[in-house]
Design a binder for this molecule. Sequence first.
Ligand code: NAD
Ligand code: UDP
Ligand code: UDP
Length: 320
Amino acid sequence: MKSKTILVTGGGGFLGSHLCERLLALGNDVICVDNFYTGSKRNIRHLLENHRFELIRHDVTLPLVVEVDEIYNLACPASPIHYQRDPAQTIKTCVHGAINMLGLAKRTGAKVLQASTSEVYGDPTVHPQVEEYWGNVNPVGLRSCYDEGKRCAETLFFAYNLQCGVPVKIVRIFNTYGPRMHPNDGRVVSNFILQALKNEDITIYGSGEQTRSFCYRDDLIEAMIRMMATPAEITGPINIGNPTEFTILELAELVIELTGSKSKIIRAPLPSDDPKQRRPDTSKAAKILNWQATTPLREGLIKTIEYFDQLLKEDPEFCR
Ligand code: NAD
Ligand code: UDP
Ligand code: UDP
């Protein structure tokens, strides 16, 4: 395969850092752009010695001029506590960030992939979620800065495709987990694992009957790379996720079993607009990308538990 120059925005984050790693391993030059709002240099410091890797501290809400062949647009805080901390900044990142990356793609002729989200479906009334479903999103709720920001970004991607012929790709990512999730971002997998490893109470919000479908990060990265390689007429949106659905209570019980923890399960209030169920219909991804998630939750959790166990020993402050 010919070597390319690839821009990864949000490359210092959980998913972005793994994507940078994979793209480098495939022989590409990688430019990682991040303002470290939620990402960490810890995620990419092992890449800094690689002469094919370049790091730029930059906020995607501002214009960026670089010459690239492909753009993966991942810059955006992804967990509810971070994207709700500064809702206006979240919307700016989604919308201005998308406009700048599309402007860059238009000028350079680069292909551009948007990391969209299952949140575009909101609290879904169609189950499992198919790409044709338009969603059930509260436009003024606590989650709306992210949900509507990501919906607007999708609209922008289609507008630049239709109007200017920019080759765009949209993947709608469902809950993804794995090593390098931020210990303090409040997501359910990292919370439960850290609570279990510390033998602290495991906090289930609401009844625990709400469901999510958890995809291991390696499966997701593979799907993103396959999506970028599709012909120009394939724009998506395409759902990427693991269709095996679990209740949050089942997840808590599995984490306790795998860690051998003494933690007890306690209940805490359910955050507003928390979706009751979520499971991707991934038949489009299977057909178009010849892809499906292959890592069972148990297997992915074991690797993630190992990571957090090590992190707790190396840097307990970072996990507070
Ligand atoms: P993350 O928070 O670890 O990574 C996001 C990265 O973007 C961070 O490094 C952050 O510093 C950076 N960033 C934020 N605002 C920026 C800005 N204005 N300019 C430059 N950089 C900025 O989250 P993640 O889980 O790796 O998510 C990556 C992408 O995937 C996000 O766009 C997210 O919406 C999407 N996504 C993730 C999931 C998931 O379950 N992890 C699900 C759906 C969608
Ligand atoms: N842009 C950028 N890098 C580039 C080209 C454009 O960041 O290499 C930004 C540019 O600043 C603009 C946005 O992308 O705000 C959209 O570009 P477009 O050409 O669509 O719009 P215009 O410049 O005509 O407003
Ligand atoms: N959740 C929970 N305890 C936690 C963190 C999250 O019960 O400590 C629940 C949360 O209310 C939601 C689900 O787990 O129903 C997934 O939450 P997360 O923030 O990981 O992702 P999202 O809601 O964006 O899918």
